[in-house]
Write a protein that binds this ligand. Structure first.
Ligand SMILES: Cc1ncc(COP(=O)(O)O)c(C=O)c1O
Length: 417
């Protein structure tokens, strides 16, 4: 049986998969089992921040796995303490505390639990506990029942009712809708500073200012999902700083680029005094947990990845490569390109669907991804009409030029086919 046949036979068909079988990869390059080379601008969907097989990651994996791969959170885990310190002191730069998970959905579930617990401890004027979380249309927060319920996309939720109650989905960047939706059971606002899966939609600075004001006025927690946009991808260590530098979230979730390809996620909670005690004390002993979360190996790898991003100042490369991409794509004035969305290296090319000869049964974005894979460039779609560029944060100027050449010829092919 081929791998594709075996996957069909033995793995649940939850993913639509491209017909490419990756074999090995180095940096931004990836080879399939037929020996064909690709530039990998998919990167596990914004995961491999340092590209593939980065020497610092490999060293951390080797050294830590030989020393101590796993031990329970019942003990003092050195790397976990070091990673939490680095994230708090050098990335968030606001006093607070971490909880470590294995994925983004789990991290978001943890933030949802934090909000629920806070809403119990800090009821409304009638003495009723508050539990409602306002989230946004087109958001994506993950696939667990909690994170999926927070997600503002019908197609993700379809068929799984009853969902976890207590989420209201509102139009993104709509300040009035948000203000009007706050009720006496509302406890938090949860959002991605840039919606990744939802098509690369950036929050406006005004929207974030309004959120900040409303959180203050109504005693709401501000929960930021940085699973896709965190740790350098926007050209800032924290994604929201690309739009509203002084924003002070109450909690932040991460995964993806945090481990550079090794599974780890987590959320941070502010030490700010709320209800007469630090918010970071709301989830106390026994209130939350994860067997694998924050294990020594995952923490050692994440520590290596984040240290490399900080020490090599990869944010600067992200900003330079974004400029290069914007300049080049603008100069094409290509009929198939409607707009360039996003920030840093979380970019989406919005396609003019009318200009593209899309075959039946696929979207314009999938069609483009197929054409580009044929030419040797891996990129993921974001919705039906956006293709995403998510190269590693250390991608070179030459690699970006090569990818842009391929994209231009792929767009030409898509309109002429
Ligand atoms: C913004 C955001 N939140 C949460 C998730 C879920 O993360 P995971 O797949 O690690 O559970 C994703 C995944 O794409 C995401 O983009």
């Amino acid at each position: 049986m081929t791998t594709s046949e075996k996957l069909s036979q033995y793995v649940l068909p939850t993913y639509g998969r491209f017909p490419i079988e990756p074999s090995h990869a180095r940096g931004t390059e990836l080879w399939d089992t037929d020996g064909k080379r690709y530039l990998d601008f998919c990167n596990g969907i914004a995961v491999c921040s340092l590209g593939h097989a980065h020497p610092r990651m490999l060293k951390a994996i080797k050294e830590q796995s030989e020393k101590l791969m796993h031990c329970s959170n019942l003990y003092q885990i050195t790397g976990q303490a070091d990673l939490a310190e680095l994230i708090t002191e050098q990335c968030v730069k606001i006093p607070g505390k971490m909880f470590f998970s294995n994925s983004g959905a789990e991290a978001n579930d943890g933030m949802i639990k934090l909000a629920r617990k806070y809403g119990h401890e800090r009821p409304n004027e009638k003495g009723e506990s508050r539990f409602e979380i306002l989230t946004f249309n087109q958001s994506f927060h993950g696939r667990t029942i909690g994170a999926m319920s927070a997600t503002g996309q019908k197609k993700i939720q379809q068929g799984f009712a009853p969902l976890l109650s207590g989420f209201t989905h509102l139009p993104y960047n709509d300040e009035h809708a948000l203000e009007n939706a706050i009720g006496d059971r509302t406890v938090a606002i949860m959002l991605e500073p840039i919606q990744g899966e939802g098509g690369i939609n950036s929050a406006t600075s005004n929207f974030l200012c309004t959120i900040e004001k409303l959180c203050e006025e109504h005693d709401l927690l501000l929960l930021i999902d940085e699973v896709q946009c965190g740790f350098g991808r926007t050209g800032h260590l924290m994604g929201w700083r690309a739009f509203h530098d002084s924003l002070k979230p109450d909690a932040i979730s991460w995964a993806k680029g945090m481990g550079g390809g090794f599974p780890i996620g987590g959320f941070w909670v502010t030490d700010k005094q709320t209800n007469g005690k630090p918010l970071s004390s709301v989830l106390g002993p026994g209130s939350h947990g994860s067997t694998y979360g924050g294990n020594p190996l995952a923490c050692a790898v994440s520590l290596a990845v984040l240290s490399e991003i900080i020490e090599q100042n990869l944010k600067e490369n992200v900003v330079a490569r974004e400029k290069q991409i914007r300049r080049e794509i603008k100069s094409w004035n290509h009929p198939a390109v409607k707009e360039l969305r996003g920030v840093g290296l979380l970019l989406g090319i919005g396609l003019n669907e009318n200009e593209i000869n899309t075959p039946k049964d696929v979207t314009a974005s999938i069609h483009l991804c197929n054409i580009l894979a044929g030419k040797g460039l891996l990129i993921p779609p974001a919705g039906p009409s956006v293709i995403r560029l998510l190269p590693p944060l250390n991608v070179s100027e030459a690699e970006v030029s090569e990818a842009l050449e391929l994209i231009r010829s792929g767009l030409d092919e898509a309109i002429s086919a």
